[in-house]
Design a protein around this ligand. Structure first.
Ligand SMILES: [Zn+2]
Ligand SMILES: [Zn+2]
Length: 390
């Protein structure tokens, strides 16, 4: 390990108690997306104390922040924190650990700023990953415009460099028919629920024809008012996921066609409402991942194989489509503990979480130091992203 990396690791260790306490505080006070007032405040306070210039509330998002340490003209490396919780089961995705690891990586870099090659470290607080698309709003607000690359770690039950994250787009359908007495005059009605059920059936058939790495799932949000009334209104909402942007939009069109075809078949009117936040697929930067992997090994952390088939989505995908980005997964729970469960919630405040937090913080700080020291690597990562087919 180079002297600067040894110093980074030591700096993270020196802050371990404080980082774990931030993680535990966030864990004990779960806040939903865009309402992470305490979490973002604690992180901003900590980073201010570590010498960062902190902007609270960026791109019009109150619970986002941007903390900057600059050592001269050079590239800008972003380390991202997530800190939103899930409804009803709190920090069962371990975003409290993500937050503390990101802040810890930044703090370690700030602690050795005298020895860092010229450049800028930004710790960016990105709210509302669980559905709100905080990073999409920050991208739209220009927060990543002058950022050269981004990294974060995500809590998991093993150490994995890359897991596919599918692009996801959402649509809501509303069908309008005509109410009638379901026994006295059923022929006078136009059954909107039939259109909804027909849509589910058509999509169930479509599913057989899609690739196994795509996902379509939906719920009925309005199925009528009473069994003795032909439903005049029905509504459903669907998520459509695929591993590439092109495949996602292709599949989305097929799903919309199912709903429109069902409307035609049932003589109902349809309205299609496309959700305005789209999560794009994850495109990990191989250049950055190689550095991160070397640093994990240097820290004595063994890396595991990716878990095939278990794919979710995240707004980090959108960041990965515009700048070189990595989103490695860090073990904070016993193997086999799935995220979004009560068991994972408990693990997110356990000694294992402390170990994962520190490994993630150190490996990110060391990777940032590598990138500042060799701007050619960043150029290579950017060229690789620019040449990727969509
Ligand atoms: Zn989650
Ligand atoms: Zn998560």
């Amino acid at each position: 390990m180079t002297p600067i990396k040894a110093r980074l690791a030591a700096a993270a260790d020196a802050l371990a108690g404080e980082l774990e306490s931030i993680s535990h505080r966030i864990h004990a006070a779960p806040e939903l997306g865009f309402a992470e007032v305490q979490a973002s405040g604690w992180l901003a306070d900590f980073l201010t104390a570590q010498g960062f210039a902190v902007e609270r509330g960026v791109a019009g998002v109150d619970t986002a922040f941007r903390a900057t340490v600059e050592t001269g003209a050079g590239p800008t490396i972003a380390i991202l924190c997530e800190y939103d919780a899930l409804p009803s089961i709190g920090h069962a995705c371990g975003h409290n650990v993500i937050a503390a690891a990101g802040a810890g990586a930044g703090a370690a870099l700030a602690a050795v700023r005298d020895a860092l090659p010229a450049g800028r470290i930004q710790v960016i607080g990105t709210p509302a990953e669980e559905g709100g698309g905080g990073k999409v709003k920050l991208i739209e607000g220009g927060v990543f415009r002058d950022v050269d690359c981004a990294m974060m770690v995500h809590s998991f039950d093993r150490n994995v460099l890359h897991q596919n994250l599918l692009g996801v787009t959402r649509a809501a359908f509303e069908w309008r028919g005509r109410a009638a007495h379901a026994s006295a005059d059923p022929w006078a009605g136009v059954n909107a629920l039939d259109a909804c059920v027909q849509t589910f059936n058509a999509i169930a058939m479509l599913r057989q024809q899609v690739r196994p790495d795509c996902r379509i799932h939906g719920i009925i949000t309005d199925g009528g008012a009473a069994a003795n009334i032909i439903p005049e209104r029905a509504a459903a909402s669907f998520s459509v996921r695929a591993p590439s942007i092109a495949a996602m939009w292709d599949l989305y069109e097929r799903v919309v066609a199912c709903a429109e075809g069902a409307a035609r078949a049932t003589d109902t009117e349809i309205e299609v409402l496309r959700h305005d936040v789209v999560y794009e697929p994850m495109d990990s930067s191989a250049v950055l991942l190689d550095l991160f992997a070397d640093n994990m090994r240097a820290l004595g952390v063994a890396l595991d194989e990716p878990v095939a088939d278990r794919t979710a989505s995240s707004d980090i995908g959108n960041v990965s489509q515009i700048i070189p980005t990595i989103h490695p997964w860090i073990a904070i729970a016993p193997r086999g503990t799935a995220i979004h469960t009560r068991e994972f919630l408990d693990s997110a405040a356990s000694p294992l979480a402390r170990a994962g937090l520190l490994a993630g913080a150190k490996a990110m700080a060391m990777t940032a130091a590598d990138l500042l020291a060799s701007p050619g690597l960043l150029a290579r990562a950017k060229a690789a992203l620019a040449s990727k087919p969509q």
